[in-house]
Design a protein. Structure first.
Length: 129
């Protein structure tokens, strides 16, 4: 994840406090938003991109409940889930009310199209043992 954060530094859309307000409040691992005037200092409700790192205890919730909640946000363009125990990244791209799943594994390049960034899948696991 350090690779993702290093490439996003200095961009205006990088938020300081990842929290989303909609029907529920969630704390994603990474969120990118371009709302120049968020409704609050405490939450953001117009994210472009959200990333959740999966754990055995949260995987089902992140891939079902949070997927449904996040993709209902009109501003969202991409939602990523990143497995902890294997190199596996699921990209849910949202366009015209439809969600498309693409899976990336070791050796693939992962496009973060909403912020014009592509990273090797393995780089998202740099420093993880």
């Amino acid at each position: 994840m350090a690779s993702f954060r290093n490439n996003a530094q200095g961009r205006e859309e990088w938020p300081q406090w990842p929290k989303i307000h909609g029907r529920r409040v969630c704390y994603p691992d990474i969120m990118v938003a371009c709302d120049r005037q968020p409704p609050s200092d405490y939450y953001e409700n117009q994210p472009l991109l959200i990333v959740e790192v999966l754990s055995p205890s949260t995987e089902t919730r992140d891939k079902l409940e949070k997927l449904a909640a996040y993709t209902s946000l009109p501003s969202l363009r991409e939602y990523f889930t990143i497995a902890q125990e294997r190199i596996e990244i699921d990209r849910y791209s949202v366009s015209n009310g439809e969600t498309t799943l693409t899976r990336y594994t070791e050796g693939d390049d992962v496009p973060f199209a909403s912020i014009d960034l592509t990273l090797p899948a393995a780089s998202l696991y740099a420093g993880v043992e």
